[in-house]
Structure formats: structure tokens, C-alpha cells
Design a protein around this ligand. Structure first.
Ligand SMILES: NC(=O)c1ccc[n+]([C@@H]2O[C@H](COP(=O)([O-])OP(=O)(O)OC[C@H]3O[C@@H](n4cnc5c(N)ncnc54)[C@H](OP(=O)(O)O)[C@@H]3O)[C@@H](O)[C@H]2O)c1
Length: 341
């Protein structure tokens, strides 16, 4: 009799354990499914917004937009597109000739005012000058775009590493902190304004051979999220953008000509500007958003494997770009020797 009771108790305990396990695993499965549904919903929403949402009334935030790194690539794209929508543009870049050309083009093409400010963001003594030149402007949008990278290389092999890394931190991060610190008080005073922070998909997971670049971009992700929380109630939108490849001079060595996956800066910027009042965090373009979600998922479930995979892909990219560069140099040399003297 007592043996029977003991056996029954053991079965009961096993049943209890089994019940607990099945409840636990059902709850975990439900949570995973619910979070996947939420992520998919946000992804679908972003894809829809980038393709179809109407542009917000940019000038209602202020008459001027300030764009850093504006004479080429993505920055030039924002400057032109915001001017097309009637904003005056304060252009900040380091090359005075290119600045003049861009300012003339924007004024003629879009009939708005410009203010060209020459500044090199690898320097720290530029900010007082920029502040003086922006004084009195009703700034509605700040585009923190300026950025630099290095060739694909292990940490110690980047030429003149100490100076290069210092420059990269100053250009990619310090410029963003100082420009936001300069412009935000005016926005807070009128309780409206938009700050667009251009990061990179390299902020999702470390990118070997571009280690410092991806670390500077991870800083931008964290900075933007924190700032968005602090200033949301004060009417300020902090819009974080982390694109994959956009066809500019920064990356033309690594990628094929522009296409569906690698948009031109103009196409990319139009897609992102549809979203700036609607999403805080985006890659700016439909395909880049898909890719980013895959990257985030990989980094969440298997971070080491994700870094290994990214490292492997980047190494192949690096070998391809070295080969492409050698072919280009060979062609140029051939063209020179075959020219009649
Ligand atoms: N292209 C991509 O695929 C890609 C992908 C992800 C993220 N991003 C990010 O997007 C941003 C723009 O990249 P991009 O590809 O458009 O670059 P880009 O074509 O190389 O243009 C960079 C712009 O910044 C200016 N600039 C560079 N260094 C400067 C400095 N020290 N001081 C002042 N101005 C400076 C350049 O002016 P100058 O006329 O003087 O050269 C140029 O106008 C960067 O933050 C980059 O990290 C780009």
C-alpha cells in the first residue's frame, strides 16, 4: 500500500514538473511569436511609409535646414531635396569651391536662400565660427550627415592610424554632438524641430576591418535613442537613419553601379524624407530596412557567429575592391601608354 502511494506521489511530482515545463515553454513560444509579430508589423509599416507616405510640411518646422557634409553624396541629396520643398539651406563642408558651386546650383534651381559655411570637422576650433554664421536663422531641421571611413583594414594596419582614428571620432561623432548642442536650444524654445542623424547599418553589429567606423556608428545609434526620449515631450523629433550601401564616392569602390538594392543618394533621400516625422529609427530605404532586421536578428541570437559572418563577407569585399582598383590602374596605365605623343 505504502509503496503504491510513493509511486503515485512520484508520478504526481513528474506530472507537476511536466505541466510546469509545458506552461513555461508555451509562454516563451507565445512571447517569441508576439515579439516577431510586433517586429514584422513595424517593418511592414516602415516599408509602406518609405514608398507611399506624403512628405511632411518641412517649412512648418522653421525656414532653414542645416546640412553637414553637403557637397557630395547623401548630404547633397538632403540639401537639394529640402530646398525643393522650399527650405533655405545652410551648407557646411570643408571645400570652399565645391560649397560655392552647390550653393549657386541650389539657389538657381529651387529659388531659395543658402548660406555657405566652410568648416573642417576634423578640427575642434570651428564651432564658434559656425555658431556666428547660424545666428538669427530660424532652423527647423538639422541633418548631421558628415562622415568619413577608412579602407577595409585590420585595426593596426590603417595608415597613420592615430591621426586617422582621431579624425574619424571628431567627424563622425563630435560633429554630431556639437552641432546638436548648438541648434537644439532654438528648437526647444519654439517647441518644434527635427534632427536627422545619419549612421550606418554598421551600427547593428561590429564590422571587422571597419572596426572604428562601426563603433562610431554604434555611438550614433545610442545617442539618437537617448536624445529622442529626452526631447520628445519638448516637440523635437530625433530621426536615426542607418543605411546600407548608397551609391556615393565613399563606397563606389566596393559596389556595382546603383540599382534596386543600392539606390542613388537622390532616391535614398526621397525615401527617407517621407518617414522623418513618422519613424524614429529606420534604415531610410525599403531594402535596407529588410537587411537591417535580418542583421539585428542574427546579432541577437548568435552574436559571435554574426561577427564571423560579417568579417568573412567584408574580407571578400576587400579582396574584390583591391582587384577592381588594380584593374582600373592597369587600364589607366594602358590608356596613357597608347596615347600618341
Ligand atoms: N554611402 C553609403 O553607402 C553610406 C552607407 C551608410 C552610411 N553612410 C553615411 O552617410 C554619410 C554621408 O556619406 P556619403 O557616402 O554621402 O559620403 P561622401 O560622398 O564621401 O560625402 C561626404 C561629404 O562630407 C564632406 N566631408 C567629408 N569630410 C569632411 C570634413 N572633415 N569636414 C567637413 N566636411 C567633410 C565631404 O565634403 P568635401 O567636398 O570636402 O569632400 C562631402 O560633402 C556618412 O556619415 C556615412 O558614414 C553612407
Amino acid at each position: 500500500m505504502s509503496r503504491c502511494l510513493e509511486a503515485n506521489e512520484r508520478i504526481d511530482t513528474r506530472m507537476d514538473g511536466w505541466c510546469l515545463w509545458s506552461v513555461f515553454s508555451s509562454v516563451v513560444t507565445l512571447l517569441v511569436l508576439a515579439s516577431a509579430c510586433v517586429q514584422l508589423f513595424h517593418l511592414a509599416r516602415r516599408l509602406f511609409i518609405h514608398a507611399f507616405a506624403p512628405y511632411p510640411p518641412f517649412t512648418s518646422y522653421g525656414a532653414w535646414a542645416v546640412v553637414t557634409g553637403c557637397t557630395d553624396g547623401i548630404g547633397l541629396g538632403y540639401a537639394k531635396e529640402l530646398a525643393r520643398h522650399g527650405m533655405n539651406i545652410a551648407l557646411i563642408s570643408r571645400n570652399p569651391d565645391k560649397l560655392r558651386t552647390v550653393a549657386c546650383h541650389i539657389e538657381k534651381e529651387f529659388g531659395v536662400e543658402t548660406r555657405a559655411i566652410q568648416a573642417d570637422f576634423t578640427k575642434l576650433d570651428i564651432y564658434e565660427g559656425i555658431k556666428e554664421k547660424l545666428a538669427g536663422l530660424d532652423v527647423g531641421i538639422l541633418v548631421n550627415n558628415v562622415g568619413m571611413t577608412t579602407e577595409l583594414s585590420p585595426f593596426l594596419d590603417v595608415p597613420d592610424g592615430e591621426k586617422t582614428y582621431q579624425d574619424m571620432l571628431l567627424v563622425n561623432n563630435m560633429s554630431m554632438v556639437r552641432m546638436t548642442h548648438m541648434v537644439l536650444p532654438g528648437m526647444v524654445e519654439k517647441r518644434k524641430g527635427i534632427v536627422i542623424n545619419i549612421s550606418s547599418i554598421a551600427d547593428v553589429s561590429p564590422v571587422p576591418l571597419l572596426t572604428i567606423y562601426s563603433a562610431t556608428k554604434a555611438f550614433i545609434y545610442s545617442f539618437s535613442r537617448g536624445l529622442a526620449y529626452e526631447y520628445k515631450k519638448k516637440g523635437i523629433l530625433i530621426h536615426h537613419v542607418d543605411p546600407w550601401y548608397v551609391y556615393t564616392k565613399m563606397i563606389h569602390k566596393f559596389v556595382r553601379p546603383p540599382g534596386l538594392m543600392v539606390p542613388t543618394p537622390d532616391i535614398f533621400v526621397r525615401s527617407d524624407l517621407r518617414s522623418i516625422t513618422k519613424v524614429q529609427d529606420t534604415s531610410g530605404y525599403w531594402f535596407h530596412n529588410l537587411l537591417r532586421e535580418v542583421g539585428r536578428f542574427g546579432d541577437y541570437v548568435a552574436p559571435t557567429a554574426a561577427t564571423n559572418l560579417v568579417g568573412w563577407v567584408i574580407k571578400i569585399d576587400s579582396e574584390r575592391s583591391i582587384k577592381k582598383q588594380a584593374e582600373l590602374e592597369e587600364k589607366e596605365a594602358d590608356a596613357k601608354t597608347s596615347q600618341p605623343k
